[in-house]
Design a protein around this ligand. Structure first.
Ligand code: PFF
Length: 451
């Protein structure tokens, strides 16, 4: 099939593409989820395993998704219709992506909303001078009360939708170009603060001195789930953004930049958080509340703490926002191309639909906290369903599509920009996509299902 050429549909430059996709990848997953997952899995050894997964599996799967998007110039569902016109069943993979985007956005926006509240709390001084117990109580009272979290969650939906309505270049690309450098700068400031605390070394040892005895079956699963979640792989975000990448851009280097930047920021988040946590004798294994219950104590005990607390929650909000933008864009592009809605109508209606599901995720911390499905709250179920099942299944199907369905010549054509690039890595890439990635993903999926 001739590659379609339509450079006006998407990003105006390679840098724009890298920043937007990196913005989608870097999010709560890096700054909220990564540090607590590292904390629960014993530190350095987990990080090494994580990095191996990112580059050995994550990058090739990411490239596969981007190939599907750029080759087809379509949304997640349309992409499979265009690339597999005789086998409509593949469109089901696209619908799986749409479903995953709905669910991820629903629970993700809960935590994103909390973060907005913590900007308000930290800047108005309501966290300052509080004891650890008071800070925990504040978190629990806030998350259990249904109204306020819902308001902040709603604000986050409104913020995301208003950028999406502006379009790909004037909204997504423009804002990620502004927000990502700010995010990076804030992160460096926080790292400097954390590293200059006395007692920081213990935290650094925790991150960088691997203790391989801490690795077991479940930490391997956690590392892979975290890698997929963090790189936004397996649900079509990269098909969508891939369809916006210019035909002359190099997909291999673009993917390496995205994965490299995502991993770098996750590790910097660890460097910003753990030395501070250790310096003040707190536990790194606090779990999901690490950022909201533990860090405020850290900020309270350090010079300039209030200022750094505000910086931190602003940083977290920016990271979350560039990710919710990529989540909503998956849904919006689908509605625009498949249902022929206007971008504005799609952004508003779809945000409301996700808000309704998201409200249940918010209520699962308060009103509905006793409602357990398979032993999990609604929020926990959405997280588990997507990170442990839907994203690995999506990733597996994408690799099968590129490795076994699409003709090899087409895959090569897309990666080499129709022969203009050498793509010397192609053999290794193709081997990983055909054999290693599907086998590894299947093993991981089965272990996830039966453990
Ligand atoms: N990668 C994002 C993070 O690490 O926070 C999460 C995410 C965003 C997953 C967008 C999937 C997605 F489409």
């Amino acid at each position: 099939m001739e590659p379609l050429n339509n450079n006006n549909r998407g990003f105006s430059s390679n840098l724009g593409a890298i920043l937007a996709a990196t913005g989608g990848a870097i999010g709560l997953g890096n700054i909220w989820r990564f540090p607590y997952t590292v904390g629960q899995n014993g530190g350095g050894a987990f990080i090494i395993m994580y990095i191996v997964f990112v580059f050995l599996l994550g990058v090739p799967v990411m490239m596969s998704e981007i190939i599907i998007g750029r080759r087809s110039q379509q949304n997640v569902v349309g992409a499979f219709r265009v690339l597999a016109p005789k086998h409509k069943g593949w469109m089901g993979v696209g619908f799986l992506g749409i479903a995953a985007a709905f669910i991820i956005y629903a629970f993700y926006s809960v935590v994103a909303g909390w973060t907005l509240n913590y900007i308000v709390l930290s800047s108005s001084g309501q966290l300052t001078g509080k004891s650890p117990i008071e800070i925990s109580q504040l978190f629990v009272t806030f998350t259990q009360g249904s109204f306020l979290p819902l308001v902040y969650q709603f604000l986050f939906f409104a913020l995301t939708a208003s950028i999406i309505i502006l379009g790909v270049q004037k909204g997504i690309e423009k804002y990620t170009k502004i927000l990502m450098p700010i995010l990076f700068f804030l992160m460096i400031l926080l790292c400097v603060r954390s590293l200059t605390l006395s007692g920081a070394k213990e935290g650094l040892d925790f991150i960088f001195k691997p203790d391989f005895s801490k690795i077991n079956g479940s930490s391997v699963l956690d590392a892979l789930g975290q890698a997929l979640f963090s790189l936004s792989i397996g649900m079509g975000a990269l098909i969508t953004y891939g369809s916006y990448i210019r035909k002359e851009d190099n997909l291999f280097t673009t993917s390496l930049w995205i994965a490299g930047a995502d991993t770098f920021i996750a590790i910097l988040a660890g460097v910003a958080i753990f030395p501070a946590v250790f310096a003040f004798g707190l536990s790194p294994a606090a779990g999901p509340s690490l950022v909201y219950e533990v860090l405020p104590n850290v900020f309270n005990s350090m010079p300039g703490g209030r200022f750094f607390a505000i910086l931190f929650f602003v940083l977290l909000t920016i990271a979350a926002l560039t990710s919710t933008i990529s989540l909503l864009e998956v849904l919006v592009l689908w509605a625009v191309e498949e249902l022929h809605w206007s971008r504005r109508k799609a952004a508003i209606i779809l945000s409301f639909v996700v808000f309704v599901i998201g409200a249940f995720c918010t209520f699962s911390f308060g009103l509905l906290s006793n409602l357990k499905i398979f032993g999990l709250t609604i929020f926990g179920l959405c997280d588990k369903l997507t990170a442990t099942y839907m994203m690995p299944i999506g990733a597996l199907l994408f690799t099968l599509f590129i490795g076994w369905y699409l003709p090899k010549t087409e895959v090569y054509d897309e990666l080499s920009n129709s022969g203009q690039l050498k793509a010397r890595y192609f053999k290794i890439f193709y081997f990983i996509i055909r054999y290693i990635a599907p086998i590894a993903l299947t093993i991981i999926l089965l272990t996830g299902i039966f453990s």
